[in-house]
Design a protein around this ligand. Structure first.
Ligand SMILES: Nc1nc2c(c(=O)[nH]1)N[C@H]1C(S)=C(S)[C@@H](COP(=O)(O)OP(=O)(O)OC[C@H]3O[C@@H](n4cnc5c(=O)[nH]c(N)nc54)[C@H](O)[C@@H]3O)O[C@H]1N2
Ligand SMILES: Nc1nc2c(c(=O)[nH]1)N[C@H]1C(S)=C(S)[C@@H](COP(=O)(O)OP(=O)(O)OC[C@H]3O[C@@H](n4cnc5c(=O)[nH]c(N)nc54)[C@H](O)[C@@H]3O)O[C@H]1N2
Ligand code: SF4
Ligand SMILES: [Mo]
Length: 872
């Protein structure tokens, strides 16, 4: 059932776990969101981000009408302009002069239409997606070993495994519901062992039996070592290998020759790892961006697959390699062939038979015969002016691409750029010629495929604001206006789904894995009622891949590859002595255009930060809450120092989330060079080399405001609060008149004001009062400002003191966002209540008892009783 009373079933728009949600429109036009107890991904659970979805669907900042050069325009003339410009550009400069840059967050139907328009009709293969920054190495690895891009695992396998190896995956924060499923299984079967392979000690390590703090990029060497040791200890499954695998001898020889010191791991750790791996047949190796985002990403994937193939740990319940996908429809994007080197339905662009079949099916004119430009190459071509018309949909490359400053410049210099987004307030949309308002999650209909190949419906319950339209509808209309009326004559997503399903039958005929052609006749009502289903059908292959081999290669055998470790692209040097690792925070989604709308999600980590080891911080004279300057030849950033031994010496870590909108000097991809894996084209986003210094700010500030502000100083980072905004600031030039500066900052000149100067200490405080009481306040000091931030965020009339009343306790930064429980409250309860474990904290404070996303941090606080949080 898609509807139960007034509840509508849908799917969470964030991570690749693909949790089912139940949505209800409230009387005030808002949205209530609960976990769907019947969805096979989550059985009712949601994480902090899923639970806060209702807080992020508000219409503030939404685009409601098309814009050309910043001016509102009607759809008719805007889409005509888009169609005309693409047509003219192709006519004048050829199909290689236009490009699409898409996203693993688009619905399958949106994606299918875009791919058909570009590859089938515009005749360009220049269509790539942010999946190039995300899953491309896995796609390449799977294709090399299996013949197709097949993810063989399922979520149940994780619950049934005896050993789970999480490699380059911070599952506790990035796939929280899946992590909670694993922990629940481990609670039932404590013999289950969890290994984390990650240079950092992440929240995921709190539930692990073994943490291998591997050297950045050391994964090929680790899995090569494992293969060689497995062989030495008699762990190879010769029967499986003989029947189902090619390339064993060469792979083993290369593995034996590999230098294990590249892992940076001790013999004891390496031996413990081998022992666990060999202790059971039921081993699942989960991998994610610590594997993919590397110049040897594809080889890392194949090094893992080699171990599973050599030991036959694949094709049965509780075992296998398992790439967890990041975005909600990363898998759907791969199914429709969104990448520049793929066709639709796991068919290959460069295979003439495949091309011919798809061309016939689409009744398309001449199609491109060679792969198009991959993301990094595409933006370089935009920068050179070789690509003259570019359409970016559902992604924010001016922030998320490596060498982001160069990408920003390239987009700004492009003759004609179209951006489809839900908001115009993104770093990318601000650079576009044309901005098209897209209908958002909960306003549109379609399907997504999650990490374990389960296809679920997203459904609409809210009306799109203004004239916003679904992405598929916008793309199809441009297709029609370019003259391909019949090919893009879609009236609803069900029609597109049926066409895609039918095409997958043709792909099935070529022996491809993805075949959902039994849904090709699905009626529109049945599509509306579609229940989550996993491909392949149980009837096919017993619903499980590779049980009896049957790989999608010419001879049906899986391929092991000889691999040797490639060096990281950016060597650490005297000038750039630190490794810069990057990734995600628990409560933010990528470039924050949606999650930052929620005050409680923003309260978890309110600023961009740099994790740095205490000894390195000491050597550099960096103290807690100082700002640090981070730089290399690619770019620079200013971040808050977070001194922690979760990173090793010489290593640093920074989140990828902050943007020109939220913290312009915290854009981390400004520092990431655009080196790519030569096989997959995926950039090495986690291993820049940087210099770190204490940032010599002349003044530091903290501001609260009822209305949005955009400061103008060297460092600022703003975030939502329940009542308005809070903002950290710092600068190198001290203004002559702080009162005037504060008036300018807040745009308030005629409100009543209180101010206090402390010339001796160099401090300054000012508060502005309007009809609702306190309107805004600013606190300046020559050192990082020490005020009670969560108290001030409530905009109390007594703000000017900077201090809370004596009876008001400073609860500290929020750890449990479901119940708003702060760090200080937790520490206090542990110390005064003698609490010994996470469940006791839950019993005392409720913290960690709802979504469970904060449980690893609660365990960390218990273990260390020291702050795991960036300077507050
Ligand atoms: N909260 C939240 N969840 C998300 C997202 C989000 O933005 N926010 N985004 C989603 C998306 S699109 C994705 S792709 C996934 C990503 O999910 P993950 O891959 O789990 O997330 P990351 O934090 O990017 O990186 C994972 C880990 O790789 C480690 N790492 C770095 N270098 C190496 C290395 O050389 N070897 C190994 N073994 N590890 C290394 C990092 O220290 C980091 O902890 O998350 C999804 N889920
Ligand atoms: N340094 C570093 N960089 C990274 C990574 C890393 O780990 N480290 N990870 C990489 C990875 S794995 C990923 S997946 C990327 C993610 O990076 P991006 O894809 O650039 O990030 P998002 O913020 O998800 O961008 C989605 C955009 O789509 C808009 N949007 C939301 N809903 C809709 C809709 O319904 N329709 C349309 N048309 N638009 C909509 C949002 O407002 C937002 O602007 O970042 C990559 N960059
Ligand atoms: S784990 Fe969280 S973010 Fe991921 S799909 Fe589930 S609720 Fe959404
Ligand atoms: Mo991703």
């Amino acid at each position: 059932m898609s509807k139960m009373d007034d509840l509508t079933r849908s799917t969470c728009p964030y991570c690749g776990v693909g949790c089912g949600v139940l949505l209800r429109k409230t009387d005030t036009g808002g949205l209530e969101v609960k976990g769907d107890p019947d969805h096979p991904a989550n059985f009712g659970r949601l994480c902090s981000k899923g639970l806060a979805l209702g807080e992020t669907v508000g219409l503030s900042g939404r685009l409601t009408a098309p814009m050309i050069n910043g001016n509102t325009k009607d759809w008719d003339s805007t889409l005509q302009l888009v169609a005309d410009r693409f047509k003219e550009t192709i006519a004048k400069h050829g199909p290689e002069s236009v490009a699409f840059y898409l996203s693993g967050q688009m619905l399958t139907e949106d994606y299918y239409v875009a791919n058909k328009l570009a590859k089938g009709f515009m005749g360009t293969a220049n269509i790539d997606t942010n999946s190039r920054l995300c899953m491309a190495s896995t796609v390449a690895g799977h294709k090399r070993a299996f013949g197709t891009d097949t993810v063989p695992g399922t979520y149940e396998d994780l619950e049934l495994a005896d050993v789970i190896v999480l490699t380059g995956s911070n599952l506790a924060w990035c796939h929280p519901v899946l992590y909670q499923r694993i922990l629940a299984a481990k609670a039932q079967r404590p013999q289950m062992k969890i290994v984390v392979v990650d240079p950092r000690r992440t929240a995921t390590c709190d539930g692990a039996d073994l943490h291998l703090a591997i050297a950045s990029g050391g994964d090929v060497a680790l899995f090569n070592y494992l293969l060689a040791e497995t062989h030495a200890q008699g762990g190879v499954n010769a029967e499986y290998v003989n029947a189902n695998v090619d390339g064993f001898d060469a792979a083993l020889e290369a593995a034996q020759a590999c230098d294990v010191s590249q892992t940076g791991l001790s013999d004891a750790d390496l031996q413990a790892f081998t022992k666990l791996w060999l202790s059971s047949e039921k081993v699942v190796t989960v991998f994610s961006q610590g594997v993919n985002q590397s110049v040897s990403g594809s080889d890392k994937v194949n090094a893992i697959l080699n171990c599973h193939l050599a030991t036959g740990r694949i094709g049965f319940a509780g075992s296998g390699p398992f790439s967890v996908t990041g975005q909600p429809n990363a898998m759907g994007g791969r199914e429709v062939g969104g990448l520049a080197n793929m066709l639709a339905c796991h068919l290959d662009l460069e295979n003439a038979d495949h091309r011919h079949a798809v061309r016939q099916f689409w009744d398309a004119p001449e199609m491109p015969q060679a792969a198009g430009r991959k993301a990094v190459d595409m933006f370089r071509a935009v920068g050179r002016g070789d690509i003259k018309a570019l359409w970016i949909i559902h992604t924010n490359p001016a922030v998320s691409m490596p060498d982001a400053d160069a990408v920003r410049k390239a987009i700004a210099g492009c003759d004609f750029t179209v951006v489809s987004d839900v908001t115009g307030q993104t770093d990318t949309a601000r650079l576009a010629t044309v901005v098209l308002p897209a209908a958002a999650w909960a306003e549109k209909d379609g399907t997504v495929t999650n990490s374990d190949r389960t296809i679920s419906r997203q459904r609409s319950v809210l009306k799109a604001p203004g004239s916003a339209r679904a992405d598929w509808a916008i793309i199809a209309e441009v297709g029609r206006r370019m003259g391909w009326v019949k090919a893009f004559d879609y009236e609803n997503p069900a029609q597109i789904f049926r066409e895609h399903a039918a095409l997958s039958g043709i792909a099935g005929g070529f022996g491809r894995d993805f075949d959902i052609s039994n849904k090709a006749d699905l009626g529109t009502q049945d599509y509306d009622a579609l229940q989550p289903f996993r491909w392949p059908d149980a009837a096919k292959q017993g619903g499980r891949f590779f049980e009896k081999g049957n790989f999608f290669t010419a001879n049906g055998k899986g391929k092991m590859l000889p691999l040797s470790a490639r060096s990281l692209a950016a060597p650490v040097t005297e000038a750039h002595p630190f490794r810069l690792n990057t990734g995600r925070n628990r409560d933010q989604w990528h470039t924050m255009t949606r999650t930052a709308k929620s005050a409680r999600l923003s309260a978890h980590l309110a600023e961009p930060f740099l994790e740095i080891h205490p000894d390195d911080a000491r050597d550099l004279g960096i103290q807690s809450a100082d700002l640090v300057g981070v730089r290399n030849a690619t770019g620079s950033a200013i971040l808050r120092a977070l001194i922690t031994d979760r990173v090793g010496r010489g290593q640093t870590f920074a989140p990828m989330h902050w943007t020109g909108e939220t913290a312009p000097s915290g854009r981390i991809d400004a520092l990431v060079p655009d080196a790519v894996d030569p096989i997959s084209g995926q950039p090495e986003s986690k291993a820049a080399a940087v210099a770190v210094t204490r940032y010599n700010a002349q003044w530091y500030g903290f501001a609260v405001s009822r209305h949005d502000i955009t400061p103008d100083c060297a460092y600022w980072a703003k975030s939502r609060t329940d009542k308005g905004w809070r903002c950290e600031l710092a600068g190198v030039d001290t203004p002559e008149d702080w009162v005037q500066s504060a008036q300018r900052l807040f745009g308030l000149t005629d409100l009543s004001m209180q101010s206090v100067h402390d010339p001796k200490k160099g401090g300054f405080r000012v508060a502005f009062f309007g009809d609702h009481g306190l309107e805004a306040a600013l606190f300046i000091a020559p050192k990082p400002v020490a005020v009670m931030r969560d108290y001030l965020a409530e905009l109390p009339d007594q703000a000017i003191t900077g201090q809370a009343p004596a009876d008001r306790v400073d609860t500290g930064p929020v750890i449990c966002s479901c119940f708003g429980v702060g760090l200080n409250t937790i520490i206090n309860a542990i110390e005064t209540g003698g609490l010994g474990d996470v469940d006791q904290i839950g019993a005392a404070l409720q913290a960690g008892t709802n979504c469970g996303s904060c449980r690893p941090e609660l365990a960390d606080i218990l273990a260390n009783l020291k702050t795991p949080i960036a300077a507050q």
